[in-house]
Design a protein around this ligand. Structure first.
Ligand SMILES: [Zn+2]
Ligand SMILES: [Zn+2]
Length: 234
């Protein structure tokens, strides 16, 4: 499928204004991975004699994170909420114009900027979200539950980043061919259709929220008047 000219034009403009000259996509990916894994490892090192009920923090935080991903994406990422407009701009107005259903893959490592969260956001997660959660659970549940919950939340975040990164690699590349990636990528590709992006496949990782709320779309369906077919879906 030919790449639309407007995608080429948008990518050129985005690279000119949004990607600093000294930006390194590989360094960005390594920083995100190493910093997040360090937090996960640091939390796990605090655990001692975890009881059976404390392990329940793991599936509970996983499910909570999946639904937060779903509603965050269905809400402020695709709707211009007051006070959160920068999230809408970064996702709907930039990410969805840089990558469309016909142009899902990076052209090179500098394009990682259009997928990965800014490194400062990891500090934001740490301060604004993880710290209060850790404190509340530490005081009202147990220290093990607090450490396990923060570890699970950060591991989930990294899983999100890695999967979203993999969907935007070439499908024939080593990363693009990893088990499970092709199937999940297909769902994300449907979401990247401008006519469907605010209607379906809001989970970036595992489509639990989409399944619960009936917004999962497995196959791309052409809009009523659209001439395109889905024969080239992979
Ligand atoms: Zn995407
Ligand atoms: Zn989206």
């Amino acid at each position: 499928m030919a790449r639309p000219a407007e995608v080429d034009a948008f990518r050129a403009a985005y690279r000119g204004t949004e990607i600093p000259p000294r930006y390194s996509g590989r360094a960005h990916l390594v920083f995100t991975s190493v910093a997040t894994l360090a937090v996960v490892g640091g939390c796990l090192a605090q655990l001692s004699a975890v009881s059976a009920w404390e392990w329940l923090a793991l599936p509970a935080v996983f499910l909570y994170a999946n639904l937060a991903e779903y509603w965050g994406h269905r809400g402020p990422m695709h709707r211009p909420w007051r006070g959160l407009r920068s999230i809408y701009t970064r996702h709907t107005l930039q990410h969805h114009r840089f990558f469309t259903r016909e142009a899902m893959a990076f052209d090179g490592p500098r394009d990682y900027r259009a997928v990965l969260f800014p490194p400062l956001l990891i500090l934001f997660f740490l301060g604004a979200m993880a710290l209060p959660m850790w404190l509340l659970l530490y005081l009202f549940a147990s220290p093990n539950v607090a450490w396990l919950s923060v570890a699970t939340g950060f591991a989930y975040f990294l899983n999100y980043e890695w999967l979203h990164f993999a969907y935007h690699c070439e499908p024939a590349s080593r990363v693009g061919r990893l088990p499970g990636v092709q199937r999940l990528r297909r769902l994300h590709r449907v979401h990247h259709d401008p006519q469907l992006m605010s209607r379906c496949n809001f989970n970036i990782t595992y489509p639990i929220g989409d399944w619960l709320f009936g917004t999962r779309a497995e196959l791309w369906k052409p809009p009523p008047a659209g001439p395109a077919t889905d024969a080239d879906d992979n």
